[in-house]
Structures are given as structure tokens and as C-alpha cells.
Design a protein around this ligand. Structure first.
Ligand code: NAP
Length: 423
């Protein structure tokens, strides 16, 4: 009889696959996927985690399923099975648990220690639980891994010093400009990078104007991100009104030209800082030669992000050590779960037996005195418990220590049938 459960992780992530390839592995109908995986890949439990950097399946099973998982995943996504060979990674048990901890603590993220992944994992296990795709093993594993991940993040400070090109640009503006709060700030662009800049400005309590070619886009942007929408033409002819300008557009030409800034500076009696987050540049490098203008481009900003990143990298070793310790704790509790169906079953049948014999005895005695009945009942309970609890705890321990032989033997001794096994 096979008692050992496997914890499996199959994944396609940004580490092996560029984003445009990664996208192809995305699972659209997750609920349906759960059914398919369970049916065709012989998985007892599954949880799918999907973000823009990864598509991951965690599962519990009793057999080897790598090929079956590939097959099911291929049929769900309409991909060739061969496509998986170069992209999929597959690990089991200790390594799968280790990987989950790396995920929850932010060690496997593109931006080390970023917060989002933790929320995404929480959502994944919550919805898997709701549709009963996951069960006792994965629920326990995920709950513990989420708690551990949160603890690791807090104690190591791996996520500290929020960095994105957006918040780094704002930080640089703060470092270079006195009393930024009193200055006029402009954000050109309403895309992804602008969102990061706006978030950071908003968080730090700065007022700012936003512009984009279409005023409608700026308006929608400002509704959610804050800031005040300004007409594009108004900005182009009036750069002199601003002291700090963040530029993050995909315009294929210089939006901020030497001419426009030269004009602006003529009508301005204080300096101007321009931060160009675009690649290719949308600010002409020549504006840096104009008196009173400070220009920073994406390379310089990215370099600062990199430096900041190194501070996080130094913390990685520490986090890796903590994870290594926690993996064995998690692994033990997973193995301990292997013994639970048998332990529950034995306790139940002994309890049934006790109850039956107690009723028989009480009937024979014709006892009516509640107090005496109580004493007899307690006696039966005490006897049963003192006999059973030690072997049961030893079975749990043996399971935890990875001795499936003991579990097998116990199954024989207690006449435990596998079909009784309740998950
Ligand atoms: N995404 C990143 O992780 C990242 C990181 C660092 C740097 N960057 C660079 O940052 C820049 C912006 O990237 P993004 O991801 O924010 O792009 P995005 O989400 O596609 O947004 C592009 C923005 O550019 C504006 N735009 C496009 N063509 C324009 C034009 N001809 N004149 C004026 N505005 C124009 C668009 O507004 P309208 O449609 O209203 O014109 C939109 O607001 C790019 O150069 C990119 O290389 C991106």
C-alpha cells in the first residue's frame, strides 16, 4: 500500500522564458483547468499561481505525473507538448516546498522582495480552496508558507527601500531639489511608468500635473492616480511653468527639445530638473547644456535602482538560510499529514467500539444514577486513551521522520483499508 504523498511544482517563469513565450502558457479558465488536471494528470489537489512573470502549478499526488501534467497543460492551452520541454521546470517534495517559500518571501521575483507576489499567492489559495481544488495538504502548506514568507520579509527587510524606476526618479528629484513640496511638478505620459511615478508622488504627498496627447487619457489617469490633467498643447508652449518634469512616453522623437526649454528658461527665474524615463529618449540630451537645467536620463536612474538592488542582494544570503531551515519544518508537517487518515480512522473505530461496549455494560447494570454512569463512561475513555495515544503519536512521529514502513505496518495492525482514506 502506497502511503507517500508527493508535493509537486510545475512552472513556466520569466527565468526560462521571455514574456512573449510565457504568455502562451497562460491558463484562461482556471476552474476548468483544475478539473482537467485532477482528472487527466491524477492530481488529488492543485493550486495555480499566475502573474505576468510566471504560471505555476502546485499539486499533491501519489504518483509520478510529469508527463501527464505536460499533456493536460498542453491540451488546455492548445500548445504542442514539445513547447514545454524548453520552458517547463519540474520539482518535487523538498524542492517544491523550497520554491514556494522562495516565492512567498519574494526571493524568486524579478524585483527582489517585491510585495505583490504574496497577495497573488493568497488569492490563488483562497480561490482554489473555494472551488475545492486544494485540500488538506496544499491548504496547510500554503497557509504555513504565506505566514513564513511574511515573517521572513519582515525580519530580513528584503522588501525595504521601495524601488521602481518611478519611485527612484521621485527620490532623485527629492535629493536634488530643496523644498520639493513648494515646486510645480509635471508628469508627461500616462502609461505604466507614469503610473509608478504618480503612485510615488501621491504617496509622498506631492501635487502634480499630468499630460498626455489625448486629454481624455490624462483625465482617466488622474481619476485613479491623482494629479491634475493639463492639455498637451498648453504644456508644450509653457514649460516655464514647471520646476520638475518627469517624462515617460514612447514618442519616437524628442518631445522636450532644446528650443522649447531654452524658451522656457528665458521666462523663469529658478532652475528646472528634467527626469527622462523613456527609452529611447524623449528629451534631447542637449537641454542639459542650458543654464539652470538639470537632466537625468533612464540610464542614470536605472543605475541608482541597481545600487539600491545591491542592498537587497546583500540580504538574500540571510533569507536563503532562513528558508533552508523552514523547509524542513514544512516538510515534516506535510509528512505528518500522511499519517492523519489512518490515525483518524483508528481513533474513530476505537471510539465506536468503546461506545458500543459502554452501552452494553450500562444496560446489563441497569444503571440509572447519572453520576455513576458518568464515572463508568470516564473510565472507558481513560482506558482507551491511555492505550491508543502513545502508539498513535509514534505513528505520527515516524511519518514525520520519513519512515513510511511504520505507517504501513500500522495499517496492517489496525486493519486500516486504503479506501477508507479520507483526504
Ligand atoms: N515598462 C517598463 O518597465 C519601463 C521601465 C523603464 C523605462 N521604460 C520606458 O518608459 C517609456 C514609457 O513606457 P511605458 O511602459 O509607460 O509605456 P506605455 O504604458 O505604453 O505608455 C506610453 C505613453 O506614451 C505616450 N505617448 C506615446 N506616443 C507619444 C507621442 N508621440 N507623443 C506623446 N506621448 C506619446 C502615451 O500617451 P498617449 O497615448 O496619450 O499619447 C502613453 O502615455 C518607454 O520609453 C519605455 O521604454 C519602461
Amino acid at each position: 500500500m502506497e502511503m507517500n504523498q508527493k508535493i509537486i511544482n510545475a512552472r513556466v517563469t520569466f527565468r526560462n522564458s521571455p514574456i512573449h513565450i510565457l504568455e502562451k502558457f497562460t491558463i484562461k479558465d482556471i476552474e476548468n483547468a483544475y478539473q482537467q488536471f485532477k482528472k487527466h494528470s491524477e492530481l488529488d489537489e492543485c493550486v495555480i499561481i499566475q502573474t505576468c512573470n510566471r504560471i505555476e502549478l502546485f499539486a499533491k499526488s501519489k504518483s509520478d505525473n510529469m508527463d501527464k501534467i505536460k499533456k493536460t497543460w498542453a491540451s488546455i492551452t492548445g500548445l504542442d507538448e514539445e513547447t514545454f520541454n524548453e520552458n517547463i521546470e519540474f520539482v518535487e517534495n523538498q524542492e517544491a516546498i523550497h520554491h514556494l517559500l522562495k516565492l512567498t518571501s519574494g526571493l524568486d521575483s524579478m524585483v527582489l522582495g517585491e510585495e505583490q507576489i504574496l497577495g497573488q499567492i493568497k488569492n490563488s489559495i483562497t480561490s482554489a480552496r473555494e472551488v475545492k481544488a486544494s485540500g488538506q495538504h496544499l491548504n496547510t502548506l500554503f497557509d504555513k508558507a504565506i505566514r513564513m514568507g511574511t515573517r521572513i520579509r519582515n525580519s530580513s527587510g528584503i522588501g525595504k527601500g521601495g524601488i521602481s524606476v518611478g519611485s527612484m526618479a521621485v527620490k532623485l528629484a527629492e535629493e536634488n531639489i530643496d523644498e520639493l513640496k513648494t515646486k510645480k511638478i509635471l508628469l508627461i505620459g500616462t502609461g505604466e511608468v507614469s503610473t509608478l511615478v504618480a503612485k510615488s508622488l501621491q504617496r509622498r504627498g506631492y501635487e502634480f500635473n499630468v499630460t498626455s496627447r489625448t486629454i481624455g487619457r490624462s483625465e482617466t489617469f488622474c481619476e485613479t492616480m491623482g494629479g491634475k490633467p493639463i492639455k498637451f498643447e498648453e504644456v508644450l508652449s509653457g514649460f516655464n511653468r514647471y520646476d520638475i518634469i518627469f517624462v515617460a512616453t514612447t514618442a519616437p522623437y524628442f518631445l522636450v527639445t532644446q528650443e522649447r526649454i531654452t524658451d522656457a528658461m528665458k521666462n523663469k527665474n529658478n532652475g528646472m530638473m528634467i527626469l527622462d524615463l523613456s527609452n529611447p529618449r524623449t528629451v534631447d540630451e542637449k537641454v542639459a547644456t542650458i543654464g539652470g537645467v538639470k537632466l537625468m536620463n533612464l540610464d542614470q536612474i536605472a543605475e541608482m535602482v541597481e545600487k539600491n538592488m545591491n542592498a537587497r542582494l546583500n540580504k538574500v544570503k540571510n533569507v536563503e538560510n532562513i528558508i533552508r531551515e523552514e523547509v524542513s519544518v514544512l516538510e515534516a508537517s506535510m509528512k505528518r499529514l500522511d499519517a492523519e487518515p489512518l490515525v483518524t480512522d483508528v481513533f474513530k473505530s476505537i471510539e465506536d467500539l468503546r461506545e458500543k461496549e459502554l452501552q452494553k455494560a450500562l444496560q446489563m447494570l441497569g444503571e440509572k444514577d447519572e453520576k455513576k454512569i458518568k464515572i463508568i463512561e470516564e473510565l472507558t475513555k481513560a482506558v482507551v486513551e491511555s492505550i491508543v495515544s502513545t502508539p498513535m503519536n509514534n505513528i505520527r512521529k515516524a511519518s514525520e521522520q520519513g519512515q513510511p514502513g511504520v505507517l504501513e505496518l500500522a495499517s496492517k495492525l489496525f486493519d486500516y483499508k486504503k479506501q477508507n482514506q479520507a483526504d
